[in-house]
Design a protein around this ligand. Structure first.
Ligand code: C2O
Ligand code: CU
Length: 470
């Protein structure tokens, strides 16, 4: 693997990063120079061959015309400067999901910045403190803009290269397309989706391709950076002909590699880094499938020819930890968040902008979910105002019939197990219907931080809260 060079990122450098089957070598890291002019990310309407040949081309929205957009790959600690140029027919903004970022650069229009109007630009300028697998996506009208394709991988390299043969980014999505026209279904705020499991697509892809196929060798060791970019789908991933370990979740390294289990759940916005050896033999096919309605949906297939070495390599060690303030459960302030609403046992009433409203009135206005009895809106008062450096334990109680993938901006949290032990650091936690999940974090990043369901239809219909960190 070629080591990254600290040269200035050029347009060509970024465009050279092929997602599917591409290696690491193409991309130089961002420069550190303050005078470097920011590189453009043009949010554009483009035509893409999404469906197979017998169908038409599909209009998508993508950064620099691609979906997934080209990877952005930088060194840990680097300064990132990017200019969003809005060529879309509606306002937009970009969120750098999972980056512990300065609040003003978080990209949440209506909270941390104004939406960028058509024809306007916005300069993002931030430092990436943590190595790992992150992603960037639109954060204005997200349920529409992400469903139209406005997202890409954001990879922050560890200082030292891993002992692997190659790495691949695998970005999963499900498009909701009308096969007759090959166009994306534009009923983005369908009440049924909002009040049920969210917008689930009918065309399931990896890196924009159905049944992505790559070549591999027996005993080849790969790092797979898996990202779920779907609006609502939880991917249940199964592996064959691959054997290995989960080494990071949501960008953050695990204290020790965890052997892959029978399946791995990846909720919307979650990431998992795995290190796998190809154990399938010459002529066989290894791969990852997702279980969808009891059917195996191929996400990626590795056609094995030849072998990389006689034997498997020794087991990998843990990735180097990112610096992180340890949370103290004893000293933590306790906060509760009760989720209610949705179909099958939904809301009777809730407060909306301070006024109590009944179910019908709320539903007619497209509000189906509440946090602690209030419809969550960006403008709502914060769930809590936290002192800077305060320890927090937040009990999320899911009193609905649906799973929710709760994402905290600006800070990572630990999942707290029921016996009180600290689980992995994450930025998005999956809470099943009728279940609870406690999380704990140190509120060490000042600003206004969203805490919302990453099933984007749910976020748009009431599942948004925020923390204020003084
Ligand atoms: Cu990935 Cu508020 O978003
Ligand atoms: Cu949800």
């Amino acid at each position: 693997m070629t080591k990254l060079k600290q040269t200035r990122l050029t347009r060509r450098g970024l465009m050279a990063g092929a997602l599917a089957g591409g290696g690491l070598a193409a991309l130089p890291a961002f420069g550190q120079s303050a005078s470097a002019s920011p590189m453009d990310l043009r949010a554009q309407v483009a035509m893409k061959r999404l469906l197979p040949e017998q169908y038409g081309m599909t209009e998508i929205w993508g950064y620099n015309g691609g979906t997934p957009a080209d990877e952005i790959r930088v060194a840990q600690g680097a300064r990132v400067q990017l200019r969003l140029v809005n060529e879309l027919p509606q306002p937009t903004s970009i969120h750098w999901h999972g980056i512990r970022i300065d609040n003003a650069m978080d990209g949440v229009s209506g909270l941390t910045q104004d939406a960028v109007e058509t024809g306007a630009t916005f300069d993002y300028d931030f430092v990436v403190p943590d190595a790992g697998t992150y992603w960037y996506h639109a954060h204005t009208m997200s349920m529409e803009q992400v469903a139209r394709g406005l997202y890409g991988p954001l990879i922050v390299e560890e200082a030292d290269a891993l002992d692997i043969d190659r790495e691949e980014i695998l970005m999963f999505d499900d498009w909701l397309v009308d096969p007759a026209t090959a166009q994306i279904d534009s009923d983005f705020d369908a009440a049924h989706d909002q009040s049920h499991a969210g917008r689930n697509g009918n065309y399931i892809v990896t890196n924009g391709t159905f049944g992505l196929t790559m070549q591999a060798k027996q005993n080849e060791r790969m790092r797979l950076r898996m990202i779920n970019a779907a609006n609502a789908r939880i991917f249940e991933l199964r592996f064959s002909g691959l054997s290995g370990w989960v080494v990071a979740l949501d960008g953050m390294p695990l204290a020790a590699p965890q052997p892959l289990e029978e399946f791995l759940l990846l909720a919307p916005a979650q990431r998992a880094d795995i290190i796998v050896d190809v154990t399938a033999e010459n002529g066989e096919v290894a791969g990852i499938v997702a279980m969808i309605n009891d059917q195996q949906q191929p996400q990626v297939a590795f056609e094995v020819s030849g072998s990389a070495s006689q034997n498997r390599r020794p087991d990998p060690g843990a990735l180097p930890p990112n610096g992180h303030t340890m949370v103290s459960l004893e000293q933590a302030r306790r906060i509760n968040l009760k989720m209610e609403g949705g179909a099958m046992g939904g809301l009777r009433s809730a407060t909306l902008a301070g006024e109590t409203k009944g179910f019908r009135e709320l539903a007619n206005a497209g509000h189906f979910w509440a946090f602690n009895g209030a419809i969550g809106l960006m403008e709502s008062p914060p769930l809590a105002t936290l002192e800077r450096g305060q320890n927090v334990r937040l009990l999320i109680e899911n009193d609905t019939s649906f799973p929710h993938a709760m994402h905290l901006h600006g800070m990572h949290f630990h999942e707290v197990a029921s016996d009180g032990t600290l689980g992995p650091l994450r930025d998005t936690t999956l809470v099943f219907g009728g279940r609870s999940q406690e999380i704990a974090f140190v509120a060490d990043n000042p600003g206004q931080w969203l805490f919302h369901c990453h099933m984007l239809s749910h976020a748009a219909s009431g599942m948004i809260a925020r923390f204020e960190v003084a």
